[in-house]
Design a protein around this ligand. Structure first.
Ligand code: FAD
Length: 459
């Protein structure tokens, strides 16, 4: 019996342009693809509710793609080192291949696993498929990385362009006997609230095919990105974030597709603003790997002593989208309904929580972690620190987003607010971002009773 290779999927749930899949295929040996739901190792950063919903769809899709290639996806639950040891015992595998994950808890776990396996003579290889510019390739001028995004971006684009992505293999050799697999249904990843799951289902198609469809749709409009990306009332961004987070598509595939389309249309300049955003993601990962405390502690230590208000009522009003500020409420309700929120609105709601309500940024980070389908430890923690003004290259702490002016600028007709806060839909546009300024007759005409149908501002 030929000993198989264990192909361990993590946040790389795709077959195309996947370094670990290619390495397993190249080995010429039978391949046992496996996913382990490890809720033990991440401690408080175990997947949140929306991410678990996404994971269920993504694993279903990956299993179907593997089945088409004569293979299977073996599912196991529990601490990953233990689960792998069991699989090694059951299959006789002497080689484990996977792609790197950069979350500090996962790095520490992988180091433990690699050391344990080496002692048993089993090879553990972790390849790079998640990032274009992993930390070791971005040493910075003094060898300790970058604190400023612009310098990181300049260094990134000075490198040679990412190479062309590879296609998914047509087949993967099956082992003589398959180890047992748990059933996805037994993992109860989907939320028990049917309303919530319904909203997520309507908005998304988790999986590699869904990611490709999103990318293809975006390629038709990417030339408008620079103009449209700040408009939550328009579908101007790619919405690839949850697909990227779960690795259903890799950054190289996106980069390459956008760059190729831009070149074929003579629109190279139009590609840059989008590629720049992709590099923000790389920058977040770079920060997380250099500062593993990023999700928990302010990078600027002075902010560790900030006297937060820690008021449960304010936090709940924000979470439920009933702060009385239409732009904030629209964003928080979009998040609840779809598991996603437009970037401009993320900045507005985050600033509001931290700077108007004086709630700790970590409380907002935790809510996003639970409710975003793209909840990503690096992007989420770096962005919250940026907004709070305590991170690297952060917005200054005294800069406060004004939710009314931001609304008037980026949702000028109020379409976004009308969609997510329908009780305000009939307000005339000049009042849509500040209903408290309406005269009693204007409120009555719009069917609004402040404090009854819509709250007065909490601050
Ligand atoms: P596009 O505009 O189409 O951008 C393409 C990709 O580039 C995104 O999918 C994302 O991977 C990356 N990107 C874009 N903007 C940023 C950014 N500012 N920082 C880092 N990467 C970026 N993004 C997450 O993926 N997960 C999170 O948990 C997350 N939490 C956030 C929390 C706050 C408070 C803020 C202000 C931003 C957060 N972001 C997060 C960044 C950003 O809002 C989302 O990446 C973006 O809205 C996703 O939509 P999109 O795919 O249409 O983006």
């Amino acid at each position: 019996m030929t000993s198989p290779v264990l192909l361990w999927f993590r946040f790389d749930l795709r077959l195309a342009d996947n370094a670990a899949v290619e390495a397993a295929k190249r080995s010429g040996r039978p391949v046992v693809p496996v996913f382990i739901l490890d809720d033990d190792s991440p401690d408080r950063w175990r997947l949140g509710s929306a991410s678990r919903w996404w994971l269920a769809g993504s694993l279903g899709s990956l299993a179907a793609s593997l089945a088409k290639r004569g293979s299977r996806l073996i599912l196991r639950r529990g601490e990953a080192g233990r689960a792998l040891a069991e699989l090694i015992g059951e299959t006789g595998a002497m080689d484990i291949v996977c792609n790197r994950v950069h979350e500090p808890w996962a790095v520490a776990r992988d180091e433990r696993i690699a050391a344990g396996l080496a002692a048993r003579g089993v090879t553990f290889r972790a390849l790079e498929s998640q990032l274009l510019f992993p930390p070791e390739t971005m040493p910075g001028p003094k060898g300790n990385g970058y604190r400023v995004f612009t310098a990181f971006w300049k260094a990134a684009i000075a490198k040679s362009a990412p190479t062309a992505p590879s296609a998914a293999p047509k087949s993967l050799a099956a082992p003589d006997a398959w180890p047992a697999s748990e059933s996805l249904d037994d993992w109860s990843l989907r939320p028990t609230s049917p309303d919530w799951a319904g909203g997520l289902r309507d908005a998304w198609s988790p999986g590699e095919a869904g990611a490709r469809e999103r990318l293809d749709a975006f390629l038709d409009v990417f030339t408008e990105y620079a103009r449209e990306r700040d408009r939550p009332d328009h579908p101007g961004t790619s919405r690839l974030s949850p697909h990227l987070r779960f690795g259903e598509i890799g950054p190289r595939q996106i980069w390459h597709a956008v760059a190729m389309r831009a070149a074929s249309e003579g629109q190279e300049a139009a590609a840059a603003p989008y590629l720049r955003q992709l590099v923000w993601r790389e920058f977040s990962y770079d920060l997380l790997s250099r500062f593993p405390v990023l999700p928990e502690k302010p990078l600027q230590e002075l902010f560790g002593r900030f006297p937060w208000a820690r008021d449960g009522d304010s936090l709940r009003a924000w979470q439920r989208g009933v702060t009385g500020y239409p732009m904030v409420d629209a964003g928080m309700r979009e998040l609840w309904a779809t598991g996603w929120m437009h970037n401009r609105v993320r900045m507005i709601v985050a600033s509001f929580l931290v700077k108007h309500l004086l709630q700790p940024w970590t409380a907002g980070e935790a809510w996003f972690w639970d409710t975003l389908v793209d909840a990503d430890l690096a992007n989420n923690s770096a962005s919250w620190q940026w907004i709070a003004g305590c991170g690297a290259d952060a917005a200054p702490y005294f800069r406060i987003f004004n939710p009314v002016l931001q609304g008037e600028k980026f949702d000028p007709k109020g379409d976004y607010v009308r969609r997510w806060v329908p009780e305000l839909a009939k307000l005339p546009t000049p009042l849509i971002h500040k209903p408290w300024a309406a005269k009693p007759l204007e409120l009555a005409d719009a069917g609004i009773r402040l404090d009854e149908t819509y709250p007065r501002p909490v601050v």
